[in-house]
Design a protein. Structure first.
Length: 223
């Protein structure tokens, strides 16, 4: 069994959409796959995480009883996890997140399971712990999602440099061509970031989301 952590360069990057497509592509290639949401915010009173529901819907998987446990913590207010928790008069127990993740992995038993974070890689889980801190404490290969928004080049490079400073570079970067408001920006950003990563971060793979076949092969064969 292989596990990967999926995060992004910010919020509304398309992490959940990309995660769902990865699951679908892996299943079509004969690899069993599933997902877990580390912290869900903006969840209202739904029994199943909205992002998990999206994963299952897009990937074509049916919801089952284990999906109610496919989230570490869930809060109603759509904000950073530390704030969403505070508004419910609680503090996220990061050890509890790890236990929930491990329990789900053992119960789900798939070839590949993705753990999707909330927002960007430096989003705070508590006043003392950022998402990257949690990942470093519980290492797994990091998949970083970037996209085509205006400013993506800056946000992507800033994120990579900050991760390099913590000696935890992504295993894989996936470029999501969203929102494709200006195709010339979408195409140029993809080209620039790929070239930049090849030069400055040669040990990190960079793929466009259109390259799902190559991405799934990489995920399957990674040791």
């Amino acid at each position: 069994m292989k596990t990967y952590f999926i995060s992004g360069i910010g919020t509304d990057i398309g992490k959940s959409y990309v995660t769902a497509l990865l699951i679908k592509a892996l299943e079509q290639a004969g690899v069993t796959a599933s997902s877990f949401k580390l912290v869900q915010t903006g969840a209202s009173s739904q029994a199943i995480s909205p992002d998990i529901h999206l994963h299952r819907t897009i990937s074509g998987q049916s919801l089952d009883e284990l999906d109610a446990d496919a989230v570490g913590e869930s809060f109603s207010f759509p904000a950073s996890p530390h704030l969403a928790a505070a508004l419910e008069n609680t503090i996220i127990d990061t050890n509890k997140l790890w236990h929930a993740w491990q329990t789900y992995v053992q119960k789900r038993q798939r070839d590949i399971i993705f753990c999707e974070g909330a927002g960007g890689i430096f989003v705070p889980l508590t006043s003392q712990t950022l998402t990257i801190d949690w990942i470093i404490q519980h290492p797994m290969p990091l998949i970083l999602i970037c996209n085509a928004m205006l400013g993506s080049i800056h946000h992507s490079i800033a994120t990579l440099e900050a991760l390099a400073a913590r000696s935890y570079l992504p295993f894989l970067i996936i470029y999501n061509p969203y929102p494709n408001d200006e195709p010339i920006i979408t195409d140029d950003s993809a080209h620039f970031l790929k070239q930049y990563c090849q030069t400055h971060f040669p040990n990190t793979y960079f793929f466009h989301l259109d390259d799902l076949h190559d991405i799934t092969a990489l995920l399957r064969n990674n040791e």
